[in-house]
Design a protein around this ligand. Structure first.
Ligand SMILES: [Zn+2]
Length: 466
């Protein structure tokens, strides 16, 4: 049932969700472009598509709410407005207005319906389906008259009607205020409002149990598998990632390539002295991508006798203030690993314009995830969230800055086998921490790096380089 619904509606593109965040951070859900609009792009960015559906299970009635119904349910007021789900979602049989049937779900106080044409959710016309229309009446004074159906809405019902979104949400009034079961109610095309004076202020207008009432009428037409109590549905995820990088074709003899990683650069002079000392010791500073190309045995790639790589993590603003001028003066290339969601958002981090400047100065700007989680732990909690951190940061980075070298840095050096496998699906290589200089093809996704700070003695760092 779920598969059929999902298949049919996915084709419209409306149920697709791009990741905008992960566990522990605000999950921004973007409407993704329709499939037809996702033609391949020249910059290769069309290869990033991902979505996730995380159903919500209600133990109260043992049913799931999923897909587009779920945000509609919460935004519309949750159980107070709709009650709990009484069925799973399902396709109805074709009817006059819907030759393909309707995707619906019964709640205690409404039936929700996915409109394929408008690609949106709304309440079904249960007032009409339950045949609650009354004949039109003349306008009454002091209330609002709806010419289309010839009914008046006033007082608390009118206030509630307008606050709830008016006719677009509840439909037109199809009755006057009438008494049912000893209390004033009014029927609308899509709801029944009820007056509960005994309730606290703000809760005196309630939605009637019309979903339940209609379900009782049509129960035999509802598929059994939608009616019977359900188990919690697992999340559904799908990914479309960039092409897997080809495996290196030629075995490459492991060798020592020291890769330093810095964070804050509080002033210029210590870094300048380090770089000059490295050069005096015969070190030639090369971009990280050149090491990766050599490790991957790409044609023409090679390394000098005593190479050295400089990397800067996290995207601190002190890096453009103090590292960039030194690197420029010393003509030293470097690789910057940035946390894409921190840029321009958190104090102390570079803006996207500053990062673009870094790249225009000839340095490499590469991904260090969206939010800097410990990926091994995140993977255990939610492997989809971990994958989103790994690949979405690349998509964001390349959308902002154009193609990168597709080299990744694990936050805090935290990784496991699963995390490196996910990384290898998207990136050319990845760097870890932990020291050491021995780089090999087998460790393309766990390249070693040596921790460095500008205030370290150059001789101490040179010693670690072997
Ligand atoms: Zn970091």
């Amino acid at each position: 049932m779920r598969g059929r619904r999902t298949l049919a509606v996915r084709g419209t593109g409306t149920r697709r969700r791009l990741f905008g965040g992960v566990l522990g951070t605000a999950l921004t859900v973007h409407a993704a472009p329709a499939l037809a609009q996702r033609a391949p792009r020249a910059d290769g960015l069309s290869d990033y598509v991902g979505w996730v559906d995380v159903p919500r299970y209600f133990p109260e009635t043992e049913h799931n709410v999923d897909g587009d119904f779920l945000p509609y349910f919460w935004h519309g007021g949750g159980p107070d407005t709709f009650g709990f789900p009484l069925t799973e979602e399902f396709w109805t049989a074709p009817d006059e207005g819907a030759p393909a049937g309707r995707m619906v779900q019964y709640f205690q106080r409404a039936r929700l319906e996915y409109d394929l044409g408008e690609a949106q959710v709304h309440r079904s016309l249960l007032g009409r389906l339950l045949e609650k229309e009354q004949p039109a009446v003349p306008p009454a004074p002091g209330v609002r008259y709806f010419l289309e159906t010839g009914h008046n809405v006033g007082s608390s019902f009118l206030v509630h009607f307008e606050n709830a979104g008016g006719r677009k949400v509840l439909g037109l009034p199809i009755s006057e205020e009438v008494e049912e079961n000893g209390r004033p109610v009014q029927w609308f095309e899509r709801a029944r409002l009820e007056w509960w004076p005994e309730n606290p202020a703000g809760r005196r207008v309630q939605y009637g149990l019309i979903g339940e009432a209609h379900l009782n009428e049509v129960e035999q037409q509802v598929p059994l598998e939608a009616r019977r109590p359900a188990a919690p549905l697992p999340p559904v995820r799908d990914w479309s990632l960039p092409a897997v990088p080809p495996a290196p074709r030629v075995a490459w003899a492991p060798r020592d390539v020291p890769i330093l990683y810095y964070h804050q650069v509080p002033s210029q002079q210590p870094l300048r002295e380090q770089i000059q000392a490295f050069r005096e010791a015969g070190r030639e500073i090369v971009p990280l991508s050149r090491v990766v190309a050599t490790l991957r045995a790409e044609p023409g790639a090679d390394l000098p006798e005593k190479p050295l790589v400089l990397t800067f993590d996290d995207g601190w603003v002190s890096q453009i203030q103090n590292a960039a001028p030194v690197l420029q003066a010393e003509k030293a290339p470097a690789t910057f690993f940035v946390i894409t969601r921190y840029l321009g958002e958190l104090p102390g981090y570079m803006s996207w314009d500053q990062v673009r400047t870094i790249k225009e100065l000839g340095h490499e700007v590469e991904s260090h995830t969206q939010n800097h989680p410990d990926l091994d732990r995140l993977y255990d909690d939610d492997e989809g969230a971990a994958l989103a951190e790994i690949w979405e940061s690349l998509a964001v980075l390349e959308r902002r800055l154009g193609r990168s070298r597709r080299i990744f840095a694990y936050p805090n050096g935290r990784l496991n086998q699963a995390v490196t496998s996910l990384t290898a699906r998207v990136y050319q290589a990845a760097v870890a921490t932990g020291g050491g200089t021995f780089q090999s093809q087998q460790h393309l996704y766990t390249m070693r790096r040596i921790k460095a700070e500008p205030h370290y003695k150059p001789e101490a760092l040179l010693k670690l380089m072997g």
